[in-house]
Design a protein around this ligand. Structure first.
Ligand SMILES: [Zn+2]
Length: 354
């Protein structure tokens, strides 16, 4: 069995870069280094979710992701429908149900991870500190690889209707990218599959604050120079600039957002501490209403830190810090402006879309 570092496994692959800045910043996201919590096993009574042991001392990156996924009902519904056809789906479903069962006693992710490693024949490296976003990406790729019902990335459904929900993977969406030449106005459109929406920051390092909707807008449009237009370059032999616009062709049921806080400065890798203001619900493209389900925060700098998950269960919000589970208010969850690293939203009643 080979050993895999999910970070380098991901970096070795080619990804479609949908949003500006993502290509550069993703390179450095892997350098996020996390440390374990202090090993406390304090658990408050009456919690309705279970804590997770940090058995390797570096497990907060995967504990926070698994806790975040446990609050996504579209994912558990999907797994329920497919559990009989996939050992991985059955194992993940059982594990997420266990996390949601509530108890004063923490549980361990080891049995699920063992099955994951057996299926992939790769060991997840936990002796080193890892990045939560990259672990999620790795896990989603394996979940997706087990599923054969997905439409091809090159031919997304022409309609925005989410057919067969929740039979389709809830975290898959399709983005339409349009590139327009500023000289001759020729347009080309391409569709991309998207699983995690990476949003880069529009302002200088450590700008004070930005709203999530401003981030959506700034990441959806950019001007690119030195563009070789297919229509006019063959005649003029001159590069032009172009406008690159992206919008959802079919947004995912489960919208997973990564805030690209890693940034490169003349002094090296740094962390962008811009406050991000996000709401408990919002409407995307004037049509799709989303509700906040989980938030993963990153505490620390670009080179060290700790992940905590805030997540909703039974109309209550919980903070899941490895083994330490505590009830909290929605105000506290929305107050993690400078620490928020990943946001998980679920679409309201996707099956009712026409
Ligand atoms: Zn042109």
């Amino acid at each position: 069995m080979s050993v895999v570092n999910p970070l380098s496994a991901r970096r070795s692959k080619e990804y479609n870069r949908i949003f500006k800045g993502a290509a550069v910043l993703t390179t450095f996201a892997a350098l996020y280094i996390v440390t374990s919590s202090n090993g406390s096993t304090t658990v408050k009574a009456k919690s309705s979710i279970k804590g997770l042991y940090n058995s390797s001392g570096n497990d907060c990156f995967l504990n926070s992701v698994l806790q975040a996924l446990a609050s996504q009902s579209s994912l558990t519904q999907f797994l329920q429908l497919r559990a009989s056809s996939s050992t991985l789906y059955a194992a993940l479903l059982e594990f997420l149900k266990n996390l949601n069962s509530g108890s004063s006693k923490p549980t361990s992710a080891n049995s699920f991870l063992n099955i994951l490693e057996k299926i992939t024949n790769k060991v997840i490296l936990r002796s080193l500190q890892q990045d939560a976003h990259e672990f999620l990406q790795y896990l989603l790729e394996i979940i997706e690889s087990q599923d054969s019902s997905l439409p091809s990335p090159s031919s997304p459904p022409s309609s925005v209707r989410i057919l067969g929900f929740p039979a389709q993977l809830p975290f898959i969406g399709f983005i339409l990218q349009t590139v327009q030449c500023s000289f001759c106005s020729a347009k080309t459109s391409t569709n991309f599959k998207n699983t995690i929406l990476q949003l880069s920051f529009p302002y200088a390092h450590n700008a004070s604050s930005v709203s999530l909707s401003q981030l959506f807008a700034s990441n959806a449009f950019e001007q690119v120079d030195d563009f070789k237009c297919d229509a006019c370059y063959p005649h003029t032999k001159k590069t032009t600039s172009c406008y690159r616009m992206v919008q959802w062709k079919r947004p995912p049921t489960l919208l997973q957002i990564q805030l690209e806080r890693s940034c490169y400065t003349p002094l090296g890798l740094s962390r962008n501490n811009t406050a991000v203001h996000y709401e408990k619900s919002f409407v995307l493209q004037n049509r799709y209403r989303y509700h906040l389900r989980s938030v993963i925060t990153h505490h620390g700098g670009a080179n060290s830190g700790h992940y905590i998950c805030y997540r909703k269960k039974d109309n209550c919000w919980w903070s899941a810090n490895d083994t330490i589970i505590s009830k909290c208010t929605i105000e506290k969850v929305l107050d993690q402006h400078r620490l928020a690293f990943m946001l998980f939203y679920e679409m309201e009643s996707p099956s009712e879309l026409d």
